[in-house]
Design a binder for this molecule. Structure first.
Ligand SMILES: Cc1cc2nc3c(=O)[nH]c(=O)nc-3n(C[C@H](O)[C@H](O)[C@H](O)COP(=O)(O)O)c2cc1C
Length: 317
């Protein structure tokens, strides 16, 4: 708790769960919070009834700090979702996919800590100027929707760290203690995980999704959507291969239907890879097991300690 980010967010380890849109599950978020990280449910494009239910369930399953991710420009009732977060006393909110500035004063008035997800130095500076507490900076390695500039975590994190004064969290391409140590070495105060948490015991995702991550290699992900200015990193499966093949001839409406949250749910929750896609980051190739969240965090922290000590000796003795 003495680590500034942990102190600020009320968590034990500087490890944050990234929002996971419509396929978020309160029990995984609670498992992350109960294991000492910051558990997060995303609202994606879920109807408000589901948003309300998920928030209530998460708060029932953990008495630790937890978070709701609102993708501002994606959810049709982002403002109502923000009110629900405040009404239920969720301690932390994460804002992505849109301009967070109009929302930040509202959350601050309600004593809610605000994390802004950014992918450029400019976005990070604007989010800080608008009053956010923590910046997540997400590189192009990450699962799901990525920024058009395609900056990688390694290049982006130190530039954002130099540009802002609030704590920075590195996201994209982190799955073990080496990644955590590297992020800290670049000046980050913590890490946000997506892909690694999909392959955990508590995650409710379909076994096919977890198996696909565990058997992935370094070339297993693909980027779709460049033509439509919406890059999304997926694990290569039959459905993703078909989209890639068809992308140049699909019109905008057809493309966005094929990549809608409905097809994400079919892939991630039903494990049907003929009709649905699964988000995954480049780090999937490093993931070889399905641990409990608590074991994962203990291992990551122990490994980061070892790696940082070894790095010191490698460089200076
Ligand atoms: C299944 C899944 C769904 C995601 N949905 C969202 C989302 O709704 N909002 C968001 O800001 N990020 C979303 N992301 C990105 C994560 O929050 C996180 O930043 C990213 O996965 C980190 O990179 P990594 O996958 O390399 O760990 C999603 C990631 C996954 C794996």
């Amino acid at each position: 708790m003495n680590q500034p980010l942990c102190h600020l967010l009320g968590i034990k380890y500087p490890i944050i769960q990234g929002g996971m849109g419509n396929v978020s599950d309160p029990s995984l978020a609670a498992a992350v919070s109960n294991a000492g990280g910051l558990g997060t449910i995303g609202i994606g494009t879920l109807p408000m009834e589901s948003v309300k239910k998920n928030i209530r369930t998460m708060l029932e399953l953990t008495d630790q700090a937890c978070c709701v991710n609102i993708p501002i420009s994606v959810h049709p009732q982002a403002k109502e979702a923000a009110e629900e977060v405040a009404k239920n006393g969720v301690p932390v909110v994460s804002l992505s996919a849109g301009n967070p500035a109009p929302y930040i004063p509202y959350f601050r008035e309600h004593g809610i800590k605000v994390i802004c997800v950014t992918a450029t130095v400019n976005q990070a500076k604007k989010a800080e100027a608008a009053g956010c507490d923590v910046i997540v900076c997400e590189g192009y390695e990450a699962a799901g929707i990525n920024a058009p500039n395609e900056s990688t975590t390694m290049a982006l994190v130190p530039q954002v760290v130099d540009a802002v004064s609030v704590p920075v969290i590195a996201a994209g391409g982190i799955a073990d203690g080496r990644g955590l140590a590297a992020a800290i070495a670049l000046g980050a105060s913590g890490v946000q995980l997506g892909t690694r948490l999909v392959a955990t015991k508590e995650a409710h995702f379909h076994e096919n999704y977890k198996k696909a991550i565990v058997s992935a290699d370094d070339e297993a992900t693909v980027i779709i959507g460049r033509k439509f200015q919406q890059r999304r990193r997926l694990l290569r499966n039959d459905y993703a291969a078909q989209i890639l093949q068809d992308e140049q001839v699909l019109d905008k409406n057809a493309y966005f239907e094929k990549t809608s949250e409905r097809h994400h749910e079919i892939g991630a929750l039903k494990g049907d890879f003929q009709n649905g896609f699964i988000n995954a980051g480049q780090i999937a190739g490093l993931i070889k097991d399905v641990p409990s969240v608590a074991d994962l965090f203990e291992t990551m922290m122990a490994e980061a300690r070892e790696v940082l000590t070894e790095a010191y000796h490698k460089l200076f003795s």
